[in-house]
Design a protein around this ligand. Structure first.
Ligand SMILES: Nc1ncnc2c1ncn2[C@@H]1O[C@H](COP(=O)(O)OP(=O)(O)OP(=O)(O)O)[C@@H](O)[C@H]1O
Length: 314
């Protein structure tokens, strides 16, 4: 998506509000998903991700706000692929039959669907399983079939709710590769996941909700720059008192044989390293940026340690 290409928005969600009984679960949710990008929707359990997705899919209706697809309110079902959070919807049906049936529901040509289905089954290591009934598949295999079902009709917009849950690491990589490939070919992708490492590796932008409200919305690069401050971990026998007064140190965490210094946002690492006192015992020293995983935990646990950077779009 970078490099000045024209952004074409597929989905636009504006001011979405939704309550269940008295409880407001979504409060003014607004975001967009563009063609050719992977947009992550993130948040702790119960944050409102699936509710947002269900509103987009027309499974439930918002109390307020609007959802448009290429400018239209009608849901273009044939252009959308959806991998729901609930899995294993089909049981006593053969793998290839269910795939072709679902493609047919989307008015996709059956011959092409069959070719694509066989090629994807092969790609996902399910060659020879065409005539096996879905209930006989393992959990991961079932998920692969459901994933194939969601992309068989070449959707322009793909919603993946927790696509990696229950997959082994090899299958996760396969899914990751395939999802990135779809985006590279122009598909707009909205992905919800709790696997922050994968999100960090593959998503272009992210939208993080907490208690039904936007906390972060931006490109992965912006989020890293704004929130992911540097941290310096020093192995050796040092006391918190030895380091907490140092310039640019916002917070110190101590574990058995290491001490981690969380540094302020605009620190100049080169001069900061030079300013370390010679009295420190340094057996090992590493400087990294805080990971998306840590940013997530910080927000989800209301620690707000990173709030210094909490400016972008929030
Ligand atoms: N049909 C419903 N009736 C009442 N409350 C609901 C309903 N669906 C969701 N909720 C509530 O809305 C809130 C958001 O739920 P949602 O499933 O959207 O969260 P989520 O972010 O997808 O969480 P998870 O990561 O656990 O899947 C929760 O408090 C949940 O209990």
């Amino acid at each position: 998506m970078e490099g000045g290409t024209m952004v074409e928005t597929f989905l636009k969600v504006e001011g979405l509000r939704k309550s269940f009984k008295e409880i407001e679960v979504l409060k003014e949710i607004s975001f967009e998903v563009n063609k050719g990008e992977i947009m992550a929707i993130l948040g702790p359990n119960g944050a409102g991700k699936s509710t947002t997705i269900r509103n987009i899919m027309g499974i439930m209706y918002p109390d307020q706000g609007s959802i448009t697809f290429q400018g239209h309110t009608e849901i273009p079902r044939n252009k959308i692929g959806y991998l729901p959070e609930e899995r294993g919807l089909y049981k006593n049906v053969k793998v290839l039959d269910i795939l072709l049936y679902l493609a047919d529901l989307k008015d996709y040509p059956i011959k092409k669907a069959k070719e694509r289905a066989l090629s994807y089954l092969k790609k996902f290591g399910l060659e020879g399983k065409e005539k096996v009934s879905v209930e006989e598949l393992s959990k991961g295999m079932g998920q692969k079939v459901q994933f194939i079902a969601s992309i068989l009709h070449e959707p322009e917009f793909l919603i993946l709710d927790e696509p990696f849950s229950g997959l082994d690491p090899v299958s996760q990589e396969l899914f990751k590769y395939e999802i990135k490939n779809l985006a590279a070919n122009g598909t707009a992708i909205l992905l919800s996941s709790h696997q922050m490492n994968l999100v960090e590796e593959m998503c272009d932008r992210l939208f993080l909700i907490h208690r039904g409200q936007k906390v972060i919305y931006g490109t992965m690069g912006d989020v890293k720059k704004e929130y992911a401050n540097f941290k310096c971990t020093i192995k050796g026998k040092n006391r918190v008192e030895d380091v907490e007064g140092l310039a640019e140190v916002q917070r110190v965490e101590q574990s058995d044989d290491a001490i981690t210094l969380f540094l302020s946002k605009d620190v100049n690492i080169a001069s900061w390293v030079r300013s370390l006192p010679e009295t420190l015992e340094i057996n090992e020293l590493t400087i990294d940026r805080i990971s998306l995983h840590e940013i997530f935990i910080d927000i989800a646990t209301d620690k707000n340690i990173l709030k210094e950077g909490a400016e972008i779009n929030a």
